[in-house]
Design a binder for this molecule. Structure first.
Ligand code: ZN
Length: 163
């Protein structure tokens, strides 16, 4: 099974393909922001990825410590809870199946937002409604899902994803 460094190398290998898809989407939709959202989603896969289901510091969490600086503390805390939950077992359907696991991880990130906004009595419903009605938000999720697909393909040993 590939380690974190191998996953990172494979992810970077597919950046040109993700960019080509992004350019295609921007051309087809006539909106550059759609293409940017797809590529951004793919690149965010360097931080939000299937192996966050592993207890302990993963390769992407080490990257988060470098890139997110102070924000890395709540980031690592929140993902350590995710990793510890029994239904998010390592390489299970819920953490590794592309699209399904992508959406679960994105929802997981919304839990503290909803909790904090509930405590602070902020009305985030208009914000969430506006976000979810944007084409870019969904295209972003598809870009992130492509990243997860590359990861899962490598875990399964598919030849296109060999190191
Ligand atoms: Zn994995």
């Amino acid at each position: 099974m590939p380690d974190g460094k191998t996953h990172t190398r494979l992810h970077k290998r597919y950046i040109p393909y993700a960019t080509a898809v992004g350019v295609g989407l921007a051309t087809l939709s006539g909106r550059p922001s759609t293409g940017v959202a797809f590529v951004a989603g793919y690149l965010v896969g360097l931080l939000i990825e299937p192996d966050l289901d592993m207890v302990g510091i993963t390769e992407s969490e080490r990257r988060a410590m470098r890139w997110l600086v102070v924000l890395a503390v709540p980031w690592l805390f929140w993902w350590s809870i995710y990793a510890a939950l029994p239904f998010f077992r390592h390489r299970s359907l819920l953490t590794h199946y592309p699209l399904l696991s992508t959406l679960i991880r994105l929802l997981w990130l919304f839990v503290p937002v909803l909790f904090i906004s509930g405590v602070m009595q902020w009305d985030v419903q208009p914000f969430l409604g506006a976000l979810l009605s944007r084409e870019e938000a969904w295209v972003f999720a598809f870009g992130l899902s492509l990243s997860d697909l590359v990861h899962d393909a490598a875990d399964r040993g598919w030849s296109a994803a060999r190191p």
